[in-house]
Design a protein around this ligand. Structure first.
Ligand code: SAH
Ligand code: MG
Length: 214
C-alpha cells in the first residue's frame, strides 16, 4: 500500500461495486493469494479504457484472468484482447475462467519469448498494453513492447512502486529484493528518459506508470 490504509479505504469506498461474476472471481483470487489488480487500479483502468477506447489490447500476466475479464467488460464490444501467462497453476484457472470469451485470446508461454516473436514477425500491433508480470523482467519486456505498441498507444505498467520500497536506498532493501528494486528503477528511468514515451508514475494501487508512445 502506497497511500495510507485510511485514505485508500476512503477512495475504495467511492468505487462502484463490480458485476457479480467479477466480484466472485476477485474474492476467489484474494482467498487464494493471487495478486490481482487492486480496487483503485481497477477503477483507474476503467477510466483509461473509457477515455481511450482501445481496439487491440495486450496483457502480459494473466494469472487467473481477473484483469483480462475486467478489460473485456469495460472495453468496446469489438475490442480484442490478447493475454500471456506461463505458470501452469494459474493457467489451469485462466483456461476455465476465459473459456467461451471470443474476444480474448490466451497465449500460454513465457512472455519474453512470446513478445520477442511477435515483435520479430511484425504481425501484431496494439493500441493498449497492460504490463503486470514478473517485475524483475520489466526492462527486458520494454524492447519488444516498444515495437508492438502503436504510436500514440498507451502502456500501463502495474506494481512499479514495489509497496513503496522503490524510493528506499538499495542498501536498506533486503538482499533477495535488490535485483527487482534495481531493475524496476532501471525500467522507470528508461520510460521517463528515453524520449520514446510521455510517462507519469503515480501512487495508484501498488504504483502505476502510464505511458503514451510518442
Ligand atoms: N493481471 C492479473 C495478475 C497478474 S499476476 C490480474 O490483475 O488479475 C502476475 C502474473 O504474471 C502471474 O500469474 C505470473 O505467473 C505471470 N508471469 C510472470 N512472469 C511471466 C512471464 N515471463 N511470462 C508469462 N507470465 C508471467
Ligand atoms: Mg499487478
Amino acid at each position: 500500500m502506497i497511500v495510507s490504509e485510511h485514505i485508500e479505504g476512503y477512495i475504495d469506498s467511492l468505487i462502484p461495486d463490480l458485476p457479480d461474476d467479477l466480484r466472485d472471481l476477485e474474492e476467489w483470487a484474494l482467498e487464494h493469494g493471487v495478486p490481482i489488480i487492486r480496487k483503485s487500479m481497477q477503477q483507474y483502468l476503467k477510466l483509461l479504457l473509457t477515455e481511450r477506447k482501445p481496439k487491440k489490447i495486450l496483457e502480459i500476466g494473466t494469472a487467473i484472468g481477473f484483469s483480462t475479464l475486467f478489460l473485456e467488460r469495460f472495453s468496446e464490444a469489438d475490442t480484442e484482447i490478447t493475454t500471456i501467462e506461463k505458470v501452469e497453476m494459474r493457467l489451469k484457472e485462466a483456461r476455465k475462467n476465459l473459456h467461451g470469451h471470443d474476444r480474448i485470446r490466451l497465449i500460454e508461454g513465457d512472455a519474453l519469448s512470446v513478445l520477442d516473436n511477435m515483435a520479430l514477425n511484425h504481425t501484431e500491433r496494439y493500441d493498449f498494453i497492460f504490463l503486470d508480470a514478473a517485475k524483475g523482467q520489466y526492462p527486458e519486456f520494454l524492447k519488444p513492447i516498444s515495437k508492438l505498441l502503436e504510436k500514440g498507444g498507451m502502456l500501463v505498467t502495474d506494481n512499479v512502486l514495489l509497496e513503496g520500497t522503490i524510493a528506499e536506498s538499495k542498501f536498506s532493501i533486503e538482499r533477495r529484493d535488490r535485483t527487482i528494486h534495481k531493475r524496476m528503477r532501471e525500467y522507470l528511468y528508461e520510460l521517463t528518459h528515453s524520449g520514446e514515451y510521455e510517462t507519469a508514475v503515480m501512487p495508484v494501487g501498488d504504483g502505476v506508470a502510464v505511458s503514451v508512445k510518442l
